[in-house]
Each structure stands twice: as structure tokens, then as C-alpha cells.
Design a protein around this ligand. Structure first.
Ligand SMILES: [Zn+2]
Length: 296
């Protein structure tokens, strides 16, 4: 918001808000003009003191089977423990059941094909049967594969849960949606992304529980996005960076970057939102989903 100023000589100016609280000189009469101090924005209270900050460092532990994160503060002291479990036994069971379903359908097709009166009809029946067998595999895999939710805990003991991201559906080939909620089950926000438009510029939408748009998370620039697709990360020069923009005003309120300077951490930086209007739990959930959902 520009600051309107009227000098005592009658000249009026519109000064950029970065001059708030400073003394400037009128270019016309050289008089000193004191500009009003910038408004002190009241900080929105956060759900827990652990969320009451503007910078979070994230790092995935790549060697673990389950995706695990430690979230650190600006000095990289651990403040949260995040886990997205992998259900290995259930996954193996799902694959086994899918293989069985494939053979069951296959044997049935071969047996029934013998009853077909013509050779052409028999070939058509077998081709159809192959498609049915593949469909059976997909159905069984999806049905038996557990949803992969993300859990936020106070520490690695996992005694106290603070936040949760729920995968809304098991099978989300194009549009993926997730629900961010507190441990009591209160919905804080919903996340949505469309894999089809991701080719040009990766983009997530974040909605309030009432369905209104809260913020948009997107790659920092369309040109860089396209260059990344065709050239790859190019030794880190074209690393994917994301910006978080307020839904209505498009004002940038945060960014999510990979910083090699601080031990290869992802940095969720919300200093552009000093009033903390964006619930930090939502911001952290976005950070983890960007890391876990966007291979970079
Ligand atoms: Zn003047």
C-alpha cells in the first residue's frame, strides 16, 4: 500500500510503503517530512507454541522405508517428527492377491474360450479376457492397498500427535486431494492438485473447510518450470522452488526452497506473512506434501 504524503508546500506524493517510519526530503522545497510508522500487525495465535514461528527446516530421512521427517527450527533444532508409514505386509498381500486374481480370470477365460463356436470369436473372447484380467489386477491392488496418511508428532517417541494429513481416496490418478486435520478430527484445510496441468507448472490449491480458496502453491516461474522439464535440475541451478500465494490477493506469503547451504534442508520460509495469517500447521502440511509428492 503506497503512503500518500502532502508536504507543507502543498506538493503531494505517493511513497512506497518501505519508507514508512522514515524521514524523507521534499524534492521541491527540501522540507523534511516524517512518514508515519508502519502498522504493527497483531500476530495470529497458533494452535501450539511449536508452530509459532516463520521458518521451518524439513528433511526427509531417505534411508527409512517409511518416509520420516524431522522438522527443525531456524537453528535446526528438532521441533517435530513426521511420518508417512508404508504398510509393507499389506502391500505384499495386495500384490499376491492381484496375481491370484489375474490367474483366476485367465484360467476362466481359457476354459470358456473352448466353448466359442468360431475361431475369430474365440480370439476376440481371449483379448477381452486379457483386459478383464488386467482390470481385476487394478481393482484388487487399489482395494487392498491402504491409504497413506501423514502424521505429525511432538517427537520421535510418537506419544503426542499434533497434526494429520489424510489421503482422501486410494486411487487418485489425475486429481489428488488431501485433508489437513488436527488430532481431534477438525478439518483445517484441504489440498488439491491436478497431475495433468503439472507438466507446465506444478501447482497445488489449498481450500478452507467452507470450500473457499485459501492459498495457491506453485512453481516460482513458468519459464523456469518449463526449462526444468526439458533440462532437468541442471546441477541444481534449476532446482524447483515453490511460492505460496494468498488465494484472493495473489500476494506471496511464503516460499519452499531447497537450500544446499544448510545441510541440504528444505526451507519453509513464511517471513512474508509476519502476522501469521496462514495457520502454520497448514503451511507445514503443504511443505511435507511438496517434498513427498513432488520428486525433485
Ligand atoms: Zn515541499
Amino acid at each position: 500500500m503506497p503512503i500518500p504524503v502532502t508536504c507543507r508546500c502543498g506538493t503531494t506524493y505517493n511513497l512506497r510503503d518501505e519508507y514508512a517510519g522514515q524521514v524523507v526530503q521534499c524534492p521541491k522545497c527540501a522540507a523534511r517530512i516524517e512518514l508515519p510508522a508502519p502498522p504493527v500487525l497483531a500476530r495470529q495465535p497458533q494452535a501450539d507454541p511449536v508452530f509459532d514461528r516463520d521458518v521451518f527446516l524439513l528433511r526427509q530421512k531417505h534411508l527409512a522405508i517409511s518416509e520420516k521427517y524431522t522438522v527443525g527450527d531456524e537453528q535446526n533444532r528438532p521441533i517435530l517428527f513426521v511420518q508417512r508409514p508404508v504398510y509393507l505386509a499389506r502391500g505384499c498381500l495386495a500384490v499376491l492377491a492381484a496375481v491370484l486374481a489375474f490367474f483366476a480370470v485367465g484360467i476362466l477365460v481359457v476354459v470358456l474360450a473352448d466353448f466359442m463356436p468360431h475361431e475369430a470369436l474365440r480370439v476376440a473372447f481371449i483379448v477381452l479376457g486379457i483386459f478383464v484380467a488386467i482390470a481385476a489386477v487394478v481393482v484388487v491392488l487399489v482395494a487392498l492397498q491402504p491409504k497413506r496418511h501423514v502424521y505429525f508428532y511432538r517427537d520421535a517417541s510418537k506419544q503426542e500427535q499434533l497434526l494429520e494429513i489424510r489421503q482422501d481416496r486410494k486411487f487418485m490418478p489425475i486429481v489428488q486431494t488431501f485433508t489437513i486435520q488436527d488430532p481431534a478430527g477438525n478439518v483445517l484445510a484441504r489440498l488439491r492438485k491436478n497431475s495433468l496441468t503439472d507438466f507446465f507448472r506444478k501447482r497445488w490449491q489449498c481450500f478452507n473447510p467452507d470450500g473457499s480458496l485459501r492459498c495457491i502453491i506453485k512453481e516460482d516461474s513458468l519459464i523456469l518450470s518449463l526449462l526444468r522439464r526439458f533440462l532437468g535440475p541442471l546441477f541444481g541451478i534449476l532446482r524447483t522452488n515453490f511460492i505460496i500465494c494468498e488465494g484472493q490477493t495473489e500476494r506471496v506469503i511464503g516460499e519452499f526452497n531447497r537450500k544446499f547451504t544448510i545441510l541440504d534442508r528444505y526451507v519453509l520460509d513464511l517471513k512474508a506473512d509476519p502476522a501469521r495469517t496462514l495457520d502454520r500447521r497448514i503451511a507445514l502440511a503443504i511443505g511435507v506434501m511438496l517434498d513427498t509428492g513432488e520428486r525433485r
